[in-house]
Design a protein around this ligand. Structure first.
Ligand SMILES: [Zn+2]
Length: 242
């Protein structure tokens, strides 16, 4: 979304600097009343197909990783599956906040997580309402994206934990092979510090370099050895690759 606009009659999207900068807040005007949805507008991909393609930065990072004997491992708080789409090994990705491409039961009845690919939700575009919701195949309750939201006590983290176990194994392999590790952190702010903390912890464990690419928050704490690049993601990666 480039600017605030009315996407359908009566539904306006406005920017709001909430827990993240430029959060998109839908305003719904109906019969003289306005309903404001004060949370992220985060439909699943089956509601609205995400047309975006991974930008150049993904390719730069992918090629950089492929040149290294031990390859690379991705830890991301993004939920959009762009790393997989860009060609990164799906067994070497941790999606710390889940994935929009997976569903779970809203009651998390049996702990199942299933792929959203191929599922479609018919939407009445005139009223912007789903005509039918995806359902849990086990209990029939409404399914939801397997994404961690704020105050979310029902997120099924089993997929994330499995991914994390693979990352721990990979890091142990790095230790065994005595390889040098560089941590490249891209666009991880302090407002949601999951990724920032992880990169600091890993860089600290291996006493290796953290390269923090962030246009406004590129500072490195004293106990971590690192380089801050006050740039955007693509610009920073171009700078590293040379
Ligand atoms: Zn269920």
């Amino acid at each position: 979304l480039e600017k605030e606009e009315e996407i359908y009659p009566g539904i306006e999207l406005k920017f709001f600097n909430g827990h993240t900068q430029g959060q998109i807040i839908p305003h719904i005007n109906y019969k003289g009343k306005t309903l404001v949805y004060m949370a992220d507008l985060l439909p699943s991909t089956v509601h609205i197909p995400i047309p975006c393609v991974p930008h150049e930065g993904f390719e730069l990072l992918l090629q950089l990783g492929r040149k290294k004997p031990e390859g690379c491992f991705v830890f991301t708080s993004n939920v959009d599956g762009q790393f997989q789409k860009a060609g990164f090994d799906s067994k070497k990705i941790v999606e710390a906040h889940g994935s929009i491409h997976h569903f779970q039961c809203s009651n998390d009845c049996v702990g199942d997580i299933w792929g959203a690919a191929g599922k479609s939700i018919p939407v009445d575009m005139k009223h912007f309402r789903a005509k039918a919701f995806p359902r849990c195949p086990h209990c029939g309750a409404i399914a939801r994206p397997n994404i961690l939201m704020f105050g979310d006590w029902h997120w099924n983290d089993s997929r994330y934990l499995e991914q994390s176990r693979r990352m721990i194994k990979w890091l142990d392999q790095i230790t065994l092979s005595n390889a040098k590790l560089a941590v490249i952190e891209i666009g991880a702010g302090t407002a949601l510090s999951t990724v920032r903390k992880k990169s600091e912890t890993v860089a600290d464990r291996f006493e290796n370099t953290l390269i923090r690419i962030n246009p406004c928050e590129d500072d490195i704490p004293d106990n971590v050895s690192g380089i801050g690049l006050a740039m955007g993601g693509v610009e920073g990666l171009r700078y590293i690759v040379g």
